[in-house]
Design a protein around this ligand. Sequence first.
Ligand SMILES: Cc1cc2nc3c(=O)[nH]c(=O)nc-3n(C[C@H](O)[C@H](O)[C@H](O)COP(=O)(O)OP(=O)(O)OC[C@H]3O[C@@H](n4cnc5c(N)ncnc54)[C@H](O)[C@@H]3O)c2cc1C
Length: 390
Amino acid sequence: MYGLSEQDREIQARARSFADELIPLEVTAELAGGDLPAGLRAAHKARAIELGLYAANMPQEVGGGGRTSLQQVLIQEQVGRVTNALAWVCATPPSWLPPVATDDQTERYVRPAARGEREECYAITEEGAGSDVGAIEATARRAGGDYLLSGVKWHVTSFFAADYAFFQARLASGEHAGEHAMFLVDLPAPGVRVVRVPAYMHTLGRDHQHPVVAFEDVRVPASQLVGAEGDGMSFAREWFRFERLMVAARCLGAAERLVAEMTAFAAERRVGGGPIAGLGAVQQMLADSLTELFAARALTYETARGIDAGTDVKVQHAQCSMAKLYASEMAGRVADRAVQVLGGRGYMREHAAERFYRELLVERIWEGTSEVQRAIIAGQMVKRGPGLLA
Ligand SMILES: Cc1cc2nc3c(=O)[nH]c(=O)nc-3n(C[C@H](O)[C@H](O)[C@H](O)COP(=O)(O)OP(=O)(O)OC[C@H]3O[C@@H](n4cnc5c(N)ncnc54)[C@H](O)[C@@H]3O)c2cc1C
């Protein structure tokens, strides 16, 4: 890939070789419901920290890697080649938090998160509020110097691995009544209860499941408020940009692996005396997949370079939506073709194509569905015209 510095290539190679260490464990994890033998996740996390692949997004001042956006994309692209969330140990703690954290929050959450000593989960979505975050019904009631938090949150990813949660609620009283606020909740806490642990399409271990979690009059001191009352997630727009770009990056890695697998298979599998790679129908699936991967990679890298060069923030926002939209839909199409090219083997859970076919679908849903990304892009087109591609 052109235009990468020596440092970019070095971190890319390090992430690739770590992903290659994890890939042989995928089938074991898949057949064990997503879990690996005891102690392995902790060992992988320690290795990710040692290799500088953990908290690459966090500023150096708080102990993070302080990597450029392009380097973060290069890391997440490589670890996106791994299924079953085995590479989630290359975690990206909340880099949106340092600018709004109090000194106390910096010491208790930001720095430990950058060191890998604390892990977070996000308790925002509810049964009746997903794309429309504004519709949340969870409440925060002032009680002297504390708040009482109540609400039922859905899809709380990695709740079982987390030791604190970001909890978004609507203020029940005071000057900002009805507005949103975000709180840090240490886990476990009295009043926090798992309602149920639904099964999902992908096979991830217990640590990364997405339970429905009830918060019932959970008492937190006012010092657990993030930013100010009324802020909610408004200060976290940068986080949405970041997360959408990282989704795009991981989809590139997944598609690269799928393209490699289907190409190797097509070259080797012989039907009627010749390899299936010689059949026009198969060639079309191979060629379309690589072409779309190339386009998605160019879009994602260019968006990251724009962020590093300081392009207008609204332009960044729309471009990250474009990268997420295109890369996630591209990866879904590539996974579909990979299963088809591989025939019966592609339908076996021991094959990466089958696992990616299930795993990649959520990339079109979380961090804003494809439809929501299109609404963002179209909204900016009307406001800014062709400036969006600046
Ligand atoms: C595996 C998984 C993990 C998750 N992890 C977390 C987590 O850790 N924390 C958390 O808080 N949440 C999490 N989520 C929730 C996720 O962010 C939401 O599912 C997502 O934002 C979509 O919201 P929804 O499910 O309510 O869908 P809905 O908002 O109900 O959408 C239903 C349909 O309507 C469409 N739609 C909605 N609004 C619009 C619009 N304005 N324009 C066009 N179409 C629209 C959608 O695109 C979709 O097709 C997770 C979800 C999943 C599946």
